[in-house]
Ligand binder design. Structure first.
Ligand code: HEC
Ligand code: HEC
Length: 341
């Protein structure tokens, strides 16, 4: 048991032996201190969909344009349309009918690039996001009025407000009513499949609750590698290992560089059960193998030997055929062993 858990248990035992009213508050008094107003204010910056938390201020499209060119365009493009660092922020497939209905129809088409202005249902999200997270290299460096101005500029680029518009805490609610996807916030669909059933359904149940364990969500092909290969990011033991989301050809590219030990391939193919980097195990060490074939252009030979196994080169012990090994792993291992370094 970790010492923290022990301390907690000891504390609980202690508390249960004393009378609650007399000692409990006193024990609590010794833990931490009350956060100061300044500390709370520094954390409490969220702006909610109804604009609760929005600081008083204003900024014009014109000012926003200047700040944008100075601090944002380098990554997002002059008109917020660059996809260099992120999906484009503005434009995209928004139609006059969408503006009317408040629901961007193209979002249900998996092939369409989704921009921020297409997706976001609440203007508060854009304001809040810029305020807390942008510019990427210096988050929280913008003045309140600068955030208003930048938000106004993006709205202008999206044809939502005119060039002479000044956005403020007083009129932001009116602009919300013009957001193209303002009615797009729904919960009655699956996470990835917009025509699927919801993954999670909330209820007020607190005891003996029925849990529906049917899995209704999946990652569709187009979204598979949206955040890199999950298999490389999530632990590979336990009940929830990451699935392979990168195409196999990408995986081969990742495993390809020579001189880097293809550790995963060696472990997952069972090589390390018989070979160590240094010192004999069942088979010769990888260092000895590398030394033996140094400068001999042995790539093809080693590839064949790993795949087909064999005996007699290092002794009487045989290396079993490794016929299960996939091409990318085989390639990476043979390149590594045959590299002249
Ligand atoms: C150094 C590059 C860089 C700069 C400069 C930069 N951004 Fe970003 N921006 C990004 C990246 C990267 C993301 C995506 C971040 C993520 O998803 O975690 C992003 C995301 C955003 C988003 C959210 C889009 C969404 O749909 O979630 C907005 C809005 C945004 N930036 C506005 C700005 C504004 C305004 C500025 C200037 C004050 C700015 N950015 C400057 C790199 C940058
Ligand atoms: C069951 C034990 C075992 C496993 C598993 C095993 N090897 Fe071997 N390996 C050996 C033995 C024993 C030898 C020596 C064979 C010989 O004398 O030719 C050997 C030899 C080799 C050689 C040298 C071949 C030569 O001709 O010089 C290479 C390269 C090699 N193994 C790589 C691998 C790789 C890569 C894996 C995993 C894909 C692997 N081995 C899995 C036991 C094993």
């Amino acid at each position: 048991m970790c010492s923290l858990a022990k301390t907690l248990l000891a504390g609980m035992a202690l508390l249960s032996t004393v009378t609650f009213a007399s000692s409990y508050p006193e024990a609590l008094n010794q833990l931490g201190r009350v956060a100061t107003d300044a500390e709370v204010a520094a954390w409490d910056i969220d702006v909610r969909p109804d604009f609760k938390g929005l600081p008083v201020g204003s900024g014009s499209v014109e000012d926003g344009e200047a700040i944008w060119l100075d601090k944002c365009a380098v990554c997002h493009g002059d008109f917020g349309d660059s996809n260099e660092v992120f999906s484009p922020l503005v434009l995209g497939s928004i139609t006059p009918e969408d503006m009317e209905s408040g629901r961007v129809a193209a979002l249900t088409d998996a092939a369409v690039v989704r921009t921020t202005l297409m997706k976001v249902a609440t203007l508060s999200t854009i304001w809040d996001y810029i305020n807390r997270a942008m510019p990427w290299n210096a988050p929280k460096s913008l003045e309140v009025d600068e955030v208003y101005a930048l938000t106004a500029y993006l709205l202008h680029l999206g044809y939502i407000v005119e060039y002479d518009f000044v956005l403020s805490n007083e009129n932001i609610n009116d602009v919300q009513a013009q957001m193209p996807n303002r009615n797009g916030m729904t919960t009655d669909h699956g996470l990835w499949s917009v025509s699927g059933t919801p993954d999670v359904v909330g209820s007020g149940c607190t005891s003996d609750c029925k849990v529906d364990t049917t899995v209704t969500s999946f990652i569709p092909a187009y979204a598979m590698n949206a955040h890199g290969n999950l298999k490389d990011q999530v632990r590979d033991y336990g009940p929830f290992p990451g699935i392979q989301t990168a195409p196999e050809s990408d995986a081969a590219e990742v495993a390809a560089p020579t001189n880097v030990i293809p550790e995963q391939a060696l472990i997952s193919n069972g090589c390390t059960g018989c070979h160590k980097q240094e010192g004999q195990l069942v088979g010769p060490s990888f260092n000895d193998i590398m030394a033996r074939y140094k400068g001999q252009d042995a790539f093809e030979y080693l590839k064949g030997k790993v795949k087909n196994g064999g005996s007699g080169v290092w002794g009487s012990m045989a290396m079993p055929p490794m016929s299960q090994i996939d091409d990318s792993a085989l390639q990476a291992i043979a390149e590594w062993l045959a590299a002249d370094n």
